[in-house]
Design a protein around this ligand. Structure first.
Ligand code: NAP
Length: 288
């Protein structure tokens, strides 16, 4: 696909730190845009050992990698290795997925939250203001989702996670910043109020290639008005297929993937024009 890439000593390097990382579609998206915009840059995936994230960031500084994305399971830990998180909301979120290197300093951003809201609007015409939402998961991506939803004015936000303590911690932490949104952690799905939720979000890795667990059995809650699955490999998880079968309007994580990637790309390069289109075209041609 990229046989016409000319990599030489001046080529600028970008990449993604994660573990696992082999499932990531980010190299396809970003390399497609570099090619489309004729930029002398390349984007690689780096599998980082669990206790070696600090070393990876030292490497980023020492060999001059211009920008990276950070994915599972490092989004929360990554905040400890950057020099600055310029945006207030990203700092509060406590998880970053994008790092820019400029003048020897590392700047961290969270583009997941914004990308998520953009995808909700584009694919489900969903406006968060005044809505009731259940988020399943309390990892790095869930943090971005929870803070973005609360910041966008959701009325009630319920958080459920396999490790209950983590859900409780996230709910308590987020509640201190958003007094207008009621943020509640659930011990079980039976603790949900008896009403139709506006949206249910899977922000866990359940359903992702290699993880066949379900984030939740649809039989446990009242049918919601819409569902969003952050997972995009495979493009339809069992949970997503079941939501579709029941008739719940739903979208998978591909829209968010493109949106958060386009915002990361702009952070690194300042370029916006034609970026989303080139990324979508790349996804179409890799026939997911
Ligand atoms: P993470 O920080 O490692 O968190 C993983 C989350 O999944 C935790 O809440 C974890 O629960 C839960 N989990 C994992 N395996 C589980 C299982 N078998 N049963 C129940 N819960 C399980 O990962 P992340 O960065 O938040 O990413 C989560 C998912 O979102 C990944 O699939 C990632 O690819 C996807 N994502 C998609 C986009 C997009 O653009 N579409 C962006 C970001 C992330 P515990 O706390 O109990 O371990």
């Amino acid at each position: 696909m990229f046989t016409d890439l000319k990599i030489d000593a001046k080529t600028k390097l970008y990449g993604i730190f994660g573990n696992p990382v082999e499932h990531s579609l980010s190299p396809i998206l970003h390399n497609a845009v570099f090619k489309h915009l004729k930029m002398d840059c390349v984007y690689m995936a780096f599998r980082v050992e669990p206790d070696a994230l600090g070393l990876a960031f030292e490497g980023m500084r020492s060999i001059g990698i211009r920008g990276v994305n950070v994915t599972i399971p490092f989004k929360e830990d990554a905040v400890n290795f950057v020099d600055e998180i310029p945006e207030d909301l990203d700092r509060l979120t406590g998880a970053i997925n994008t790092v820019v290197q400029k003048d020897g300093k590392l700047f961290g951003y969270n583009t997941d939250g914004q990308g998520f809201l953009h995808a909700l609007h584009e694919e489900l015409s969903f406006k968060p203001q005044g809505k009731d939402v259940l988020v399943i998961g309390a990892g790095g991506a869930a943090r971005g989702v929870v803070f973005a939803l609360a910041h966008a004015g959701v009325d009630q936000l319920f958080i459920y996670n396999r490790s209950r303590e983590r859900a409780r911690g996230l709910a308590e932490y987020a509640s201190t910043y958003f007094s207008e949104t009621e943020i509640v952690s659930l011990g079980s799905f039976g603790d949900l109020p008896d009403k139709k939720l506006d949206l249910v979000v899977n922000a866990t890795s359940c359903g992702m290639t290699g993880n066949q667990d379900l984030p939740m059995d649809w039989g446990l809650i009242r049918e919601p008005k819409a569902a969003y699955d952050l997972v995009y490999t495979p493009s339809e998880t069992l949970w997503f297929k079941e939501a579709k079968r029941i008739g719940i309007p739903c979208a998978n994580g591909l829209g968010m993937l493109v949106s958060q990637a386009a915002i990361s790309f702009e952070r690194w390069t300042g370029k916006k024009e034609g970026v989303r289109e080139a990324m979508r075209e790349a996804l179409r041609s890799c026939k997911l």
